[in-house]
Design a protein around this ligand. Structure first.
Ligand code: CTP
Ligand code: CA
Length: 227
């Protein structure tokens, strides 16, 4: 009840949020990307700031406006995102919402790749990107609360649970990003909150409402261990 009274339950807490897609260059004019809009991550950064937290938002390329009351660090590539997240440590809270590209081109071309008449199209050799959530979840300066998302198109709960373990997160918000759900790019979300004690189904609601509910959960968790 305190939490809803207009108080700032996260005053004095530092939070790092990632949001948006990453762009992984192929050559100077082309890149690999995904359909993330940044809406959910930006909404979470804004909600944490409303709750009084000192928020650093590390955002990939998005077209939506910067949220109010938040320090925004813009990046393009996953490796830049990792570097900026690490530079923002220490923190009490990390919420990794970005749809980080899982792979990048092993060696992006320095000049625009040209068509060569009569030759086969150029192959793209991919290499895996750093897993930022996993790095933070196992870091020596690990934030007290580490939260991730799990974007799935099948076996949402099981895959989300496996990510919780593998990445050392306290909570995973698992969602079904199949095109038919309209979640990727849309304004609404339906998530399952996966914690160490079990799973909680949240009703479908606006991404801003998911953000508010998550900020309240974070405040509740941290209230239990005041410094
Ligand atoms: N994540 C990250 N760095 C990556 C990949 C993912 O920080 N290189 C984070 C995302 O921000 C999200 C969580 O890990 O909070 C899960 O992302 P997701 O893409 O669902 O999982 P992956 O581990 O990449 O597995 P896959 O895409 O194969 O399902
Ligand atoms: Ca992924």
């Amino acid at each position: 009840e305190e939490l809803l009274s207009g108080a700032k339950p996260l005053a004095g807490r530092k939070a790092i949020v990632t949001s948006g897609p990453t762009h992984e260059p192929i050559d100077p004019v082309r890149y690999i990307a995904n359909r993330s809009s940044g809406k959910q991550g930006h909404a979470i950064a804004a909600a944490l700031a409303r709750f009084g937290a000192d928020v650093t938002l590390v955002s990939g390329p998005v077209t939506i406006p910067d949220p109010a009351g938040v320090r925004v660090v813009r990046v393009e590539r996953a490796e830049e995102m990792r570097d900026q997240v690490l530079a923002a440590l220490p923190a009490d809270i990390a919420v990794m919402v970005a749809a980080v590209a899982d792979w990048r081109v092993a060696s992006a071309a320095g000049n625009k790749i040209k068509k060569r008449p009569g030759e086969a199209p150029p192959p793209l050799h991919l290499t895996e990107n750093p897993d930022i959530l996993k790095i933070i979840g196992h870091h020596q300066a690990r934030p007290k609360l580490v939260i991730g998302f799990a974007a799935e198109t099948e076996n949402v709960a099981e895959n989300g649970r496996a990510k919780l373990e593998k990445k050392g997160a306290d909570y995973i918000l698992a969602n079904d990003v199949s095109p038919a759900t309209g979640i990727m790019g849309g304004d609404r979300n339906r998530v399952r909150l996966i914690g160490r004690e079990g799973i909680e189904e949240w009703l479908e609601m606006g991404k801003d409402e998911v953000a508010e509910k998550l900020a309240a959960l974070i405040a509740e968790n941290l209230a239990a261990d005041l410094p």
